[in-house]
Design a protein around this ligand. Sequence first.
Ligand SMILES: Cc1cc2nc3c(=O)[nH]c(=O)nc-3n(C[C@H](O)[C@H](O)[C@H](O)COP(=O)(O)OP(=O)(O)OC[C@H]3O[C@@H](n4cnc5c(N)ncnc54)[C@H](O)[C@@H]3O)c2cc1C
Ligand SMILES: *[C@@H]1O[C@H](CO)[C@@H](O)[C@H](O)[C@H]1NC(C)=O
Ligand SMILES: *[C@@H]1O[C@H](CO)[C@@H](O)[C@H](O)[C@H]1NC(C)=O
Length: 467
Amino acid sequence: MVQGERSHIAIIGAGIVGLAFAVALNALDKEHKFAIDLYEATPELAEIGAGINVWPLTLSILKEMGLHQTLIPFFDHYPDLERRVIFGLRKADEKNGFHVYDVMNEGGALRIHRADLQRGLIQHLPLSKSNKVHINTPCTFHLNHRLKDYTRDASEDFGRIKLHFDKKPSRECDVLIGADGIHSTVRQLFLSRLPSPERYDKYRKPVWSGLVAYRGLVSREDLEETYPGHRALTHPGLIYTGKTRYVTIYPVSGGKFINVVAIARDTSNDTGVWKGPWKVEVTQEEFFHTYQGFDEEVLALIHCIKKPTKWALHVLDHLDIFSKQQVFLMGDAAHAMLPHLGAGATVGIEDAYILASMLTHQSTSRPLNSEKIKLISTIYNTVLVPHATRMSKLTNDTGHLLDLTAPGFDLEHYTLGDRIPLETLINAFRQVERNWIWSSSDPEEDRRKVEDLLESWSGPRLSISHQ
Ligand SMILES: Cc1cc2nc3c(=O)[nH]c(=O)nc-3n(C[C@H](O)[C@H](O)[C@H](O)COP(=O)(O)OP(=O)(O)OC[C@H]3O[C@@H](n4cnc5c(N)ncnc54)[C@H](O)[C@@H]3O)c2cc1C
Ligand SMILES: *[C@@H]1O[C@H](CO)[C@@H](O)[C@H](O)[C@H]1NC(C)=O
Ligand SMILES: *[C@@H]1O[C@H](CO)[C@@H](O)[C@H](O)[C@H]1NC(C)=O
């Protein structure tokens, strides 16, 4: 091991992905090559409510990060690769809804309250006061630090990056990670500094998808009282579908709550641009109105959500570069996608894991050098850009299958509330199941792939082609 200085990594944003990167780097950095500064704009880390799907794939990564034991108590079943139902699909935009198809995968879905996942990640941060993890990569956490700008000394090949914060002194780093979410500042700055930045104008701002999501948590007791014997009380996960709108539910917090996400195509503004705040409290009447004519089971769930919120779903589609030299985008900052597959955070955690694997690979020196960081950046783009594009396309496709608007499945002839032949529905939902196959794949394969690239593209005589 080279006994040079540690390289300094700045992470902008302490959402699930920024936290996951810090934890992953520490877990893999056995040779102590790095130190981390984690900067978060908000004065404290808000606990974001609602549920999140953790897939067998996600859990394999979290396991390598050392989080397995911390998270297991929160799951509704012990993680294994048994074939399980992830969602029972019901046709429900009519008075008497009916079961159509069980979407299954190997290992099921491990549902967890977001706050529990976030807390688990925070407990595993390598902070000096931590007693939960072994510290390979010391991390300093700076709340209340909103990044405004960064500058790089262009006269040097591997010049330090200077970070400029709102009302805070400037800081420096060797590698900059933009994990600052869909409104990412780092993405804007990064794109404006690429050659011919006008090419990237359309990626600078997220785009409204034409969809809204009503969200709420239903307490188990409320539902028992409102609708005794409601299917949701005992089912691992359900999707109530109808033409142009559907409702996803699954239990979280050991079944104490039922997480409800109801997605609908909003046609009230034909401009294609969402005006106003992205997240608003709405009345129960509006929620009922959107799902009028739906099965009573759906109406009972809405009845139990006294204060629903409505989210305008935005995306950042198909940006074709996530990294250059010392700057890396990850998570929603790189590829915010629709929630239909419950995959957004997982794809971000994969970014974090793959980058941490490359940075800590045995061939990476301490401190990092210019050649190596450029190579890592090239591989990051080569592997992760097409992966994210594939996943966001799959997500969009799945959304159109779930709300019965997908082309090519004979669904065109029907409108909201129509009886659709069972065979037609089953055919569409079999495709939904195929779209979820990735959820039990092995993340080690991708890791090996990037490590192979790192080894085969390394070497003193090889000249690296920069993207
Ligand atoms: C309805 C819905 C359901 C979903 N369900 C799932 C699911 O089941 N499974 C799944 O995997 N994904 C799901 N997702 C997607 C998932 O929520 C996101 O992909 C994930 O939370 C993104 O994490 P992130 O860390 O990249 O960004 P964020 O969580 O947005 O974090 C970004 C952080 O950066 C901070 N920040 C921003 N700007 C700055 C700045 N200039 N300086 C410093 N800090 C800054 C912010 O304050 C924030 O803390 C869902 C999304 C929605 C909308
Ligand atoms: C539609 O536009 C109006 C006027 O700008 C705005 O008040 C309303 O919130 C918008 N609704 C949607 C769904 O964007
Ligand atoms: C999403 O899928 C629909 C239906 O297949 C298609 O028309 C649309 O172009 C897709 N959108 C994106 C951004 O891929």
